[in-house]
Design a protein around this ligand. Structure first.
Ligand code: NAP
Length: 305
């Protein structure tokens, strides 16, 4: 039987380790979350982030802005948050409406308040292997691999997907852990063959059950980042989730075929319950780290400090 790499104990440990650090600070860390429009999934994510702050004693505020907002108006808000001394981290919930210049908004967030690790300065620090806020989902995966003592150094790691928020930072973080890293994407030839050479396979493409038995070397560790909602009964049944579908009318599956991975992998993260819980934990971790830096050297930070 493969080992199931559940996210819950990793999340619990990350949050537990943050508590004494928060207590040691002269004021609570502060996170501002900007939510534009009323996308139901984004609203749920934002509520979970605010709740996580509340549970840990992190000050938080959410700015809920109508979808008609202009880029300029958002830039004014970000500038205000950059200068607010109560705020250590700023998170702009993605996706933004099409008419908003996402890149300009993300780049307007001060690099030393970039709770998501998306700012080009922080991406540059990641490339250079220097400390800075890291993109939360891949940073959480590194924590999970360490928690379960899955070796990375010298192993063949294949990352499926090259997005700026998951695939690319994941590959860089694995490289920093001394893995030998390959990145696959929609133009990769013989993608099954490349993935089959992986000791450690990370799938982040947003295609339900794309990674089948043909992709998985016997005994490999498989990390499934995908979150795909299935609303078709036959598709749910093909993923071995007929009963759950009958009860709920929908199921969530990852990018890895849930039946095949149980058959082939040595260890894997389930969906749900694997990588999912780690993203918010790492957001909390980034916020606390930013607060520690701001309080240690208040003059060197952005804006009003
Ligand atoms: P994204 O921005 O849409 O990027 C998808 C990547 O997958 C792209 O690099 C794309 O290649 C590649 N890809 C798509 N179809 C492919 C195919 N058939 N073969 C090979 N490569 C293919 O997605 P993302 O934001 O990275 O998210 C990926 C998945 O992770 C989604 O299901 C998302 O919901 C989930 N996610 C989960 C969490 C979490 O907390 N658990 C966090 C973030 C994302 P090209 O670049 O060539 O187009």
């Amino acid at each position: 039987m493969p080992q199931i790499l559940s996210g819950a104990p990793v999340q619990a440990r990350i949050l537990e380790n943050l508590k004494p650090r928060i207590k040691n600070l002269s004021r609570p860390p502060g996170l501002a979350v900007v939510l534009v429009g009323q996308d139901p999934a984004s609203s749920i994510y934002v509520r979970s982030k605010i709740k996580a702050c509340h549970d840990l004693g992190i000050f938080s505020e959410s700015h809920e802005i109508p979808a008609t907002v202009t880029t300029e108006e958002l830039l004014v808000l970000v500038d205000k948050l950059n200068k607010d001394p109560k705020i250590d981290g700023i998170l702009v919930q993605m996706p933004l409406p099409k008419h908003v210049d996402t890149r300009r908004v993300l780049e307007a967030v001060a690099a030393d308040k970039d709770a998501d690790g998306f700012h080009p300065t922080n991406v540059g620090y990641l490339v250079a292997g220097r400390p800075a806020p890291r993109s939360c989902t891949p940073a959480g995966i590194i924590e999970l691999l360490k928690f379960y003592e899955i070796p990375m150094a010298g192993r063949n790691a294949v990352v499926l997907g090259r997005s700026d928020i998951v695939g690319k930072p994941m590959a860089l973080m694995l490289l920093q852990e001394n893995a030998t890293v390959t990145i696959c994407h929609s133009r990769t030839e013989d993608i099954e063959g490349v993935c089959r050479r992986a000791d450690l396979l990370v799938a982040a493409i947003g295609r339900p059950g794309f990674v089948t038995a043909d992709f998985i070397a016997p005994g490999a560790t498989v990390i499934d980042v995908g979150i795909n909602r299935i609303t078709d009964a036959a598709q749910a049944a093909a993923f071995g989730r007929a009963e759950e579908f009958a009860a709920k009318g929908k199921v969530v599956v990852g990018d890895v075929h849930p039946v095949d991975v149980q058959r082939c992998a040595g260890a894997y993260t389930p969906v749900p319950g694997g990588v999912g819980p780690l993203t918010i934990a790492m957001l909390m971790s980034n916020t606390v780290e930013l607060a520690e830096k701001h309080l240690a050297s208040p003059d060197q930070t952005t804006g009003a400090r």
